[in-house]
Design a protein around this ligand. Structure first.
Ligand code: C2E
Ligand code: MG
Ligand code: MG
Ligand code: MG
Length: 291
């Protein structure tokens, strides 16, 4: 049956505040249940190492198919989880499932990195760094194969706390990435003080890169800055060959976007990695043009 979209529902009930409220409350209950009963799914979007053309790793992205409303965007349910205070449960669930899947990849001989999105309030999960390390040990994952992506808006949170957390994670070998870089609040002061190891340039600068001289200047300068800070640069939202060519010229390390692959269910991601690992690195570039 065709799912009625959530937006349509909200629009219909918008005039009726009480029913709108009821819908919200029942969705929150459903989300809580979905987290508890393992009903969310993880998709993996491949990240490509621009130097070698091989798969560097993946970013895990949560997916929720509601029994009645169908696919609900993570922009919606992650925000909802943040608003009602269950984001920590969501994040810890994602982490556990992601490590299980990564362990399976490693067991099958495909050692790949994994990036996990962390929400602002997650930084206050008690003893977060140790919890990540313990979970990684439980699944026999080397910590240096893990990145946590902190969205740039996390920079408005308690600075000293953030610094301690990032230091603790780095000391354990876990990479810390600043996600959506360029859209939020990270000042040059923060960049100079926080020991993060990766900078992820927001897709709004990357998507139309070849058409915008301004975006080219920004991406090039950001890459230069990151390089001299000794920080890795990832570009997200790469959709065209032209964008990729520019990123490679600027010296961006890792590239992610629809040009290579949409986020994939784990089984499909695993098949993609297996296929890539079975061909020569030079053949990978050809494979891309066969898409
Ligand atoms: P994000 O962390 O910036 O993730 C990248 C988003 O860009 C993903 O959207 C991905 O599907 C999309 N994307 C990738 N390549 C392209 C491209 O070439 N073009 C375009 N237009 N888009 C591209 P998605 O999966 O809908 O997730 C949206 C946001 O929701 C994420 O943004 C992240 O902030 C949040 N999110 C998703 N999963 C989780 C999660 O498990 N935990 C938390 N805390 N947040 C999550
Ligand atoms: Mg991200
Ligand atoms: Mg994000
Ligand atoms: Mg992002």
């Amino acid at each position: 049956a065709q799912h009625q979209s959530l937006t349509t529902h909200y629009a219909r009930f918008n005039s009726d505040e009480q029913r709108h409220h009821q819908l919200h409350v029942s969705l929150v209950t459903d989300l809580r249940d979905a987290i508890e009963n393992d009903q969310l799914e993880l998709y993996h979007q491949p990240q490509i190492d621009l130097r070698t053309g091989s798969i560097h790793g993946s970013e895990v992205l949560a997916r929720w198919t509601h029994p009645e409303y169908g696919q609900i965007s993570p922009e919606v349910f992650v925000q909802m989880a943040e608003d009602v205070g269950i984001i920590n449960n969501l994040t810890l669930w994602v982490m556990k499932r992601a490590f299980q899947q990564q362990a399976q990849l490693i067991r099958n001989g495909h050692c790949r990195r994994l990036s996990i999105n962390i929400s602002a309030s997650d930084i206050y999960i008690p003893d977060l760094a140790n919890r990540v390390v313990e979970l990684a040990h439980r699944y026999h994952i080397p910590t240096n194969l893990i990145s946590l992506e902190l969205t740039e808006s996390v920079m408005v949170e308690d600075y000293n706390w953030l610094k301690q957390l990032i230091s603790a994670l780095s000391a354990s070998g876990i990479e810390v990435s600043i996600d959506d870089y360029g859209t939020g609040y990270s000042s040059l002061y923060f960049l100079s003080q926080l020991p993060f190891t990766e900078l992820k340039i927001d897709r709004s600068f990357v998507r139309d890169l070849h058409k915008s001289g301004r975006h080219q200047s920004i991406v090039r300068a950001t890459t230069d800055m990151a390089r001299s800070l000794g920080v890795m640069v990832v570009a997200e939202g790469v959709e065209t060959e032209e964008a990729e060519a520019l990123l490679r010229r600027y010296g961006v390390d890792v590239s992610q976007g629809y040009y290579y692959s949409r986020p994939l269910p784990f089984q499909q991601y695993q098949a993609y990695v297996e296929r890539m690992d079975s061909v020569q690195p030079t053949a990978i570039l050809q494979e891309k043009s066969l898409r």
